[in-house]
Design a protein around this ligand. Structure first.
Ligand code: ATP
Length: 578
């Protein structure tokens, strides 16, 4: 294993070194007792063979029973200790990965497939857990088993011990060779399962499409094909498993036969006692399991090493948007926004999504941002709460550069409702309360009323306690948008940024919501394709190819006869035609 992975492993283990030391000590004790018991048995056989007394019989029986009981208890303790280290490292790593992912920006998730990240946080962490539970236990155990048992065996009969153990390298080799095969077969089974579950998930999600295009038969055939691949992979894994264990059993019996073959004549000539013969037979059996496990452990190490590298690759990516160490809080926030020569390039793009944007918004002013698809409206909305990283000196809140603001201060100052209204699989109330978990019930209801969703919520089966999302009821697009709006209203932030957040809400309701917002003294940035909503704002910024093409009130822009007038007339014509 590469030294970097070993040092990584050490860093995972470091917080649990107390348990580790105790675990090593318990394994040492178990192995010492495991050597002592057969040795005592050998003494008992030879002593009692010479002269059988009931006192002697009772002494040996009780002594061996007592030691075996202690050994059994310590063995259980050693396993609990060492396996729990694996579980605790798994717990630590999952927590670290999740906390790290929470610090990453949305752009990171656009570049790293979520499925891949979930896999690393689950199956890679699981591999590390196995490595630290099973492999650690097995290596320490094998080390003690050999270092304590071999000297005693050699002391009983050196030549015979070496003859019997000659079979062991074969056993180790068999396991090592098979574990590679077992590993690739396990991966094939896992892939087969993944493929089958993604197909089922995709088909259930797209069931309407399958029916509309009459593709049931094709989908069934695709399923059969994947199911058959899984069956073959499972059968091949079962075959390997059923071969390796009997093979190991056979090799172990082989060493017992060697013991019988070479030890039998020694028994007859009296150079080996029956007790020593029995002890050797037990020691040979005792070493079978650690030897076999050592082979599996090597595979476990290899798999663990790959997983450690993959996990560390996630953890080593620094978040692109970080809070400065000298970041400041802004209190109270009035809500003035200044944007100066704001330019933004997406990665891998040579055309700026925002190209020298300048504007000033007074506290409490409502400003609509309109423009064609792809003109840069959402990019601008994402830049304000720093969901996209910008260089300092371009965006200011109350005159303070937003890149110098503490995250908590910035996020409580600007409430942002994105285009896609995401709801968690929780109750309506929990979804609204998301940004302010301690908000009172009255505040939640007031926010829902402002978002014009309260009446519909009270009609839901369990009112505000109705579950939404995968585990609950399905809300319409307009309802989802209004729950997301209520969530933002509850934040009561001085600045509100709505990115096309009323698109699925009917005209009448959208107008009522906007009228309510107009009565409030908060700064509003309303990104919208609906020009009638934009017309109600104090000012309109018209975007074109990442730049502000026009700016002014609805009446001014109509009089100017530029891009806004064209967009307005086009929308009026569409309305008339529909
Ligand atoms: N993650 C991204 N990576 C690369 N380019 C992007 C990304 N997101 C947006 N763009 C590009 O940036 C430009 C501005 O996109 P933006 O989403 O801001 O436009 P928009 O005006 O909000 O459009 P719409 O009205 O459809 O929401 C477009 O050319 C778009 O293709």
């Amino acid at each position: 294993m590469a030294s970097s992975s070993l040092s990584q492993l050490y860093s995972y283990l470091k917080p649990h070194r107390g348990s580790l030391l105790l675990g090593v000590f318990t394994l040492l004790t178990t192995n010492a007792l495991g050597v002592a018991i057969p040795w005592l048995l050998a003494q008992a056989i030879d002593d009692l063979g010479r002269k059988l007394t009931s006192g002697g019989l009772l002494y040996y029986t009780l002594l061996i029973l007592g030691l075996a009981t202690v050994m059994g208890l310590i063995r259980v303790w050693s396993r609990v200790l060492l396996f729990s280290i694996g579980r605790r490292v798994e717990f630590d790593l999952k927590g670290r990965i999740f906390a790290h992912l929470l610090r990453m920006s949305p752009a990171y998730f656009a570049q790293n497939p979520v499925g891949d990240l979930i896999n690393r946080a689950t199956s890679d962490v699981e591999n590390v857990r196995r490595l630290l539970g099973f492999a650690l236990l097995s290596i320490i155990n094998t080390f003690f088993a050999y270092t304590l048992t071999l000297p005693v065996m050699l002391g009983l009969d050196g030549a015979l011990t070496l003859q019997c153990l000659a079979v062991y390298p074969l056993m180790f080799l068999a396991v090592w060779l098979f574990s590679d095969r077992l590993r690739s077969e396990q991966i094939a089974v896992q892939r087969g399962l993944d493929g089958l579950s993604s197909l089922i998930q995709e088909d259930i999600n797209g069931i309407s499409l399958i029916k509309v295009y009459a593709q049931e038969e094709n989908e069934r055939r695709a399923f059969d094909q994947k199911n058959e691949q899984l069956l073959k992979a499972n059968l091949s894994l079962a075959l390997s498993r059923n071969l390796i264990f009997p093979l190991l059993g056979g090799l172990a019996s082989g060493s017992l036969l060697v013991l019988l073959w070479f030890g039998g004549p020694r028994l007859a000539e009296g150079s080996l006692t029956i007790g020593a013969f029995a002890a050797l037979a037990i020691y040979i059996e005792r070493l079978v399991f650690p030897t076999a496990l050592l082979g599996f452990t090597i595979t476990s190490y290899q798999r663990g090493q790959v997983s450690i590298e993959r996990i560390e690759r996630i953890l080593s990516v620094a978040p692109s948007i970080v809070e400065r160490s000298d970041a400041v809080s802004l209190e109270p926030v009035r809500g003035a926004i200044d944007v100066k020569a704001l330019t933004y390039f997406f990665e891998d793009s040579d055309r700026p999504a925002l190209d020298g944007v300048n504007f000033h918004i007074e506290p409490g002013e409502s400003v609509a941002i309109v423009g064609a698809i792809g003109s840069g409206k959402s990019t601008l909305a994402n830049v304000l709460p720093r969901l996209l990283e910008i260089a300092p000196g371009q965006v200011f809140l109350d005159g303070v550069d937003v890149t110098y603001l503490r995250f908590d201060s910035l996020r409580t100052a600007i409430a942002y409702v994105p285009q896609e209204s995401f709801l968690f699989s929780a109750t309506v109330e929990e979804n609204i309360r998301y940004g302010r978990p301690d908000a009172s019930e009255q505040a939640v209801v007031a926010a829902a009323r402002q978002a014009r969703i309260h009446d519909e919520i009270t009609d839901f089966p369990r009112g505000y306690r109705t579950l939404v999302g995968e585990r609950g009821i399905t809300l319409s697009g307009g309802q989802r948008q209004r729950v997301a709006l209520a969530r933002a209203f509850l934040m009561d932030a001085p600045v509100l940024v709505l990115d096309d957040s009323l698109a699925s809400v009917d005209n009448q309701t959208a107008e009522e919501i906007l009228q309510h917002l107009a009565r409030q003294k908060r700064t509003l940035l309303l990104i919208t394709h609906r020009l009638s909503a934009a017309a109600a704002c104090d000012r309109i910024l018209v975007m074109e190819r990442g730049q502000i093409a026009e700016s002014g009130s609805h009446a001014e822009l109509l009089r100017r006869g530029g891009l806004y007038r064209q967009l307005w007339e086009q929308q009026e014509l569409e309305k008339a035609l529909s």
